[in-house]
Design a protein around this ligand. Structure first.
Ligand SMILES: C[S@@+](CC[C@H](N)C(=O)[O-])C[C@H]1O[C@@H](n2cnc3c(N)ncnc32)[C@H](O)[C@@H]1O
Length: 284
């Protein structure tokens, strides 16, 4: 009975295959998604019920076709698998069981923290300038801020950084220490990094997407010459260390931007992409 109901729901809401604008949960990873109605958001928080973020990442690779992809936080390789080309992947503890290089021409793995990786300046020494970076390492805002600063410095001008977990749907998942008894998902307090970027880098363009389960934020127009963030780093870390989302106010945070449909954003990018991938990375 349960199986039939699940099957009917899948064929109705989760058609398999490429991500298309059919229903709200389409895409190859959709079969793993729980019903978004099974966990109501806390008051003031949004319902994030778009396609699985792996499907959105896959679509971004397809549209942007970066020569080099950069990833902090690879874990089991789920997000790396959807990168079809050359990559640099960082994690202090890779846990690979099924990841295979396949036809990818080149890939560099660094089993290091991102701070240690950047201290070695591999990107500077090799001249590799990634046009797309997924920053999904340590889920504490000061770590993500450092990752953004260091990535931007070595990225291709106009590159896109993708931030994960900046759209939490309850307070428990935003605690700085993960308590597995209170929450299965842990975003940590990386929402603060987005808040800092929006405040101090008005030159960047932000798109907040409803990718399940805790959003993806596309940050476009990276500028390797910009030094604003390193200058304000100590002050903003001290300021934001003293707050949490309850005190800041989820309404105050979420009141500043629209959360877009991933489908619509991808469709818009595909349309622009017909004019060339570079146009998408620097335009809104
Ligand atoms: C949420 S997992 C990444 C998931 C993966 N991106 C995916 O979507 O399938 C976070 C990863 O960050 C790694 N990590 C923790 N601290 C880190 C650090 N200081 N630098 C880089 N990666 C770190 C962890 O080892 C873990 O594998």
């Amino acid at each position: 009975m349960l199986f039939i109901e699940r099957f009917q729901r899948k064929t109705r809401e989760n058609p398999q295959g490429h991500m298309t604008a059919i229903g709200h949960r389409a895409g190859p990873a959709a079969r793993h998604l729980p019903d978004p109605r099974s966990k109501a958001p806390d008051p003031g928080f949004p319902l994030i019920d778009g396609p699985h973020y792996y499907d959105v990442l896959a679509a971004l690779h397809e549209i942007l076709t970066p020569e080099w992809y950069f990833e902090i936080g690879t874990n089991r390789g789920g997000s790396l698998k959807v990168c079809p080309g050359k990559f640099v992947a960082i994690d202090p503890e890779f846990i690979f069981k099924t990841f295979a290089m396949g036809p990818r021409a080149e890939g560099h793995f660094f089993q290091l923290t991102s701070d240690d990786f950047f201290a070695q300046d591999f990107l500077g020494r090799t001249g590799i300038r990634p046009a797309l970076g997924f920053l999904d390492g340590m889920h504490l805002f000061e770590f993500l801020l450092r990752d953004f600063i260091a990535f931007e410095r070595r990225a291709a001008p106009g590159a896109m950084a993708i931030l994960h977990d900046c759209l939490p749907f309850d307070q428990a998942m935003t605690e700085r220490e993960w308590d597995g008894r209170k929450t299965r998902l842990w975003t940590g307090d990386v929402w603060k990094t987005l808040q800092i970027l929006m405040r101090h880098r008005p030159d960047l363009q932000f798109d907040m997407l409803d990718a399940w389960p805790t959003g993806l934020v596309l940050v476009r127009g990276l500028d390797p010459e910009n030094r604003v963030l390193p200058e304000v780093y100590d002050a903003v870390v001290a300021e934001f260390m003293a707050t949490d989302i309850g005190r800041f106010g989820p309404e105050a945070y979420y009141g500043q931007f629209e959360i877009q449909s991933s489908f619509s954003a991808i469709e818009a990018m595909r349309a622009k992409g017909r004019a060339g991938p570079a146009a998408i990375q620097t335009e809104t």
